[in-house]
Design a protein around this ligand. Structure first.
Ligand code: T4K
Length: 370
């Protein structure tokens, strides 16, 4: 068996991509909101069912510039069970992350614990649709409304999902997507913000282009976060195949479920009601006492066989060295518990069913000791 990694980029055929980028050799227009950028933006707006969208260089800049564009100040309630990006975007904006625990069922923010963390310095909530599991949108909306807080969803894992038939990008003030190479839909590197308020759209557009308002006016301290034409062209190609890709992911996930369902000590990712899933990740949580082997032992056994499962998301962001123990991890006990037990198994559209079988076999062999 060849090495199998946790993800594998979806790619169009080489000819399809060449056809899409050919005209760039005629126009010599390679970046700065060109034809491909505009086309992809329009197509994604429709596909995601959102009122407004802007494209950026990556999901991280989507988060970082969103917080800047909303002029946030003070404390932001978020979770530590996420990729570095979510927390770093908050800290890099000079904001203070206040870590809320997650719920043990779908690993999203525990809405019952948000209100006790709100102070007169709280300005926003940044929940994460982790693994594509949709947060408790109604409750977050209720709390945000009650305390007049902004809501920025980290929707990096939730591309194309719907909740009660509505695109996930329509919830909160802003939803930030990632189109990284490892995601369900990729533009090589890329990201987007989805939002309702046109004024926010003006601000984010300027911030992604150095704060330039007009040829002779620069009235914002912006960054450079423009998606280039080659990335946009990759997105145009990949978008044509994304439904098929999600279908293939679904059958991989169903096969995993069939193989691993009901094994004592293994918790599978929950299937959410009213959610059209994109099958972004397949996490399992291993309870050593019941399963007989630890997450780390299973991880090592898989690695020995050339299978690159990943510990997304371990360590928690509130334990990162760069924060020098500034945050008290005992305040997020469920997140800590899950992060020590979670393993994200390989998942991509072309993962062969025989490979899923082989992965599951190794895991099952670890039952009652590796
Ligand atoms: N918020 C959340 C919740 C996120 O998860 C992320 C990103 C962001 C925000 C920020 O979005 P971006 O700024 O990235 O757009 C990967 C991705 O780089 C990252 O995008 C992703 N989350 C995170 C969960 O996973 P690493 O460091 O684990 O990636 P790496 O290089 O180890 O790749 C993982 C596997 O993917 C490889 O084993 C093989 C495969 N792969 C990788 C690359 C780079 C490919 O098939 N093709 C490739 O080009 O972070």
């Amino acid at each position: 068996m060849d090495n199998i990694l946790v993800a594998r980029s979806s790619m169009p055929s080489l000819n399809e991509y060449i056809d899409e980028i050919k005209e760039l050799w005629e126009t010599h227009w390679l970046t700065n909101m060109g034809v491909k950028h505009r086309q992809l933006q329009n197509e994604l707006k429709e596909y995601l069912g959102v009122p407004n969208i802007d494209l950026l260089t990556n999901g991280h800049m989507a988060l970082e510039l969103t917080m800047q564009a909303l002029n946030l100040q003070g404390e932001v309630i978020t979770t530590p069970f996420t990729f570095a990006s979510t927390t770093h975007a908050i800290v890099r904006n000079g904001l203070t992350p206040i870590f809320c625990d997650i719920n043990p069922v779908d690993f999203t923010i525990d809405v019952n614990k948000i209100e006790s963390l709100i102070t007169d310095r709280t300005c926003a909530i940044v929940p994460v649709h982790v693994y594509g599991n949709i947060c408790n949108i109604e409750e977050i909306e209720r709390i945000a409304h009650k305390y007049d807080l902004k809501v920025i969803y980290d929707a990096a894992h939730a591309f194309g999902e719907t909740y009660n038939g509505e695109g996930v990008g329509t919830f909160g003030d802003v939803s930030c997507f990632s189109f990284h190479a490892t995601k369900v839909f990729n533009t090589i590197e890329g990201g987007a913000v989805c939002f309702d308020d046109p004024d926010f759209g003006v601000r984010i557009y300027r911030l992604k282009n150095f704060g330039i308002r007009g040829p002779e006016i620069v009235d914002g301290v912006g960054a450079n976060a423009k998606m280039n034409e080659f990335c946009a062209a990759m997105g145009i190609c990949n978008l044509k195949h994304v439904e098929e890709e999600i279908k293939k992911r679904k059958s991989v996930v169903e096969h995993y479920r069939n193989c691993l369902e009901g094994i004592e000590g293994i918790q599978l990712n929950q299937i959410q009601e009213n959610v059209k899933s994109n099958y972004a990740y397949f996490p399992i949580v291993i309870d050593e006492k019941k399963f007989g082997s630890s997450r780390n032992q299973v991880f090592e056994k898989l690695a020995d066989a050339g299978i690159g499962a990943r510990k997304y998301f371990y360590p928690l962001t509130n334990t990162f060295e760069c924060f020098h123990r500034e945050y008290d991890v005992s305040l997020t006990p469920i997140a800590l518990h899950i992060s020590k037990r979670v393993l994200t198994l390989p998942l991509y559209a072309d993962l062969a069913i025989e490979d899923v079988d082989a992965i599951c076999k190794i895991i099952i062999q670890c039952k009652d000791g590796c």
